[in-house]
Design a protein around this ligand. Structure first.
Ligand SMILES: Cc1cc2nc3c(=O)[nH]c(=O)nc-3n(C[C@H](O)[C@H](O)[C@H](O)COP(=O)(O)O)c2cc1C
Length: 181
């Protein structure tokens, strides 16, 4: 039986002007595209112009977000650390959907002065509530050593095997969870 390939969304978790998340997302996609195990796509929250939860406007944008999430089997969250947590826009994007997240897997790639580890631990708690199974391996990028002037992304090649380990786990769990949806 022919099965359709897994679709994994690389979600950019920041939208501010001058953000570095597109550089990090493009690097993950480049590594992912060398594998032959899924279709990987960048999902930029900024493109969706999402309303803030509770704002009655933006129904179309919300529907487009819901449709995008529904089309995906798994995720890689690219998250910076803002005030020891994830960004408000990522939290809002998570809150704006519910069942679209259920029974899917995710990896987390974070960055910050301490690798974004505090943001990641917050994100793990949120993902549990929306029934997303987050995998163990977590590439953590450091603003001091993986970026030039905190703005130009120059990742250590030492992170590459770590990204692949994370993707192995995302693919394995996304494959398994597809059977329960
Ligand atoms: C509102 C705000 C709060 C921040 N708080 C933290 C923090 O708690 N810990 C940290 O390591 N970096 C913090 N930073 C620095 C960010 O990690 C850094 O600016 C990073 O580039 C932000 O990601 P972005 O460029 O994709 O928006 C903060 C930045 C902003 C804008």
């Amino acid at each position: 039986m022919q099965t359709s390939p897994l679709k994994i969304g690389i979600i950019l978790g920041s939208t501010r002007p001058g953000r570095v998340s597109p550089q990090v997302g493009a690097w993950i996609k480049e590594i992912a595209d060398k594998r032959d195990d899924a279709v990987y796509e960048i999902v930029d929250i900024a493109d969706f112009h999402l309303p803030f939860l509770g704002d009655p406007s933006g129904e179309q944008q919300r529907a487009a977000w819901s449709m995008k999430l529904s089309s995906l089997d798994g995720f890689v969250f690219v998250t910076p650390e803002y005030n020891h947590s994830i960004t408000a826009v990522l939290k809002n994007a998570l809150d704006l959907a519910r069942t679209e997240w259920y029974n899917k897997a995710a990896g987390i790639v974070s960055y910050g002065s301490s690798g974004g580890t505090r943001a990641t631990e917050h994100l793990r708690g949120i993902l549990a509530e929306v029934q997303v199974a987050d995998v163990r391996t977590h590439p953590a990028l450091n603003l001091f050593t993986d970026f030039e002037n905190y703005t130009v992304f120059k990742p250590s090649p030492l992170h590459i095997p770590h990204v692949n380990d994370m993707l192995n786990q995302v693919i394995s769990w996304s494959t398994a969870l597809k059977t329960v949806r």
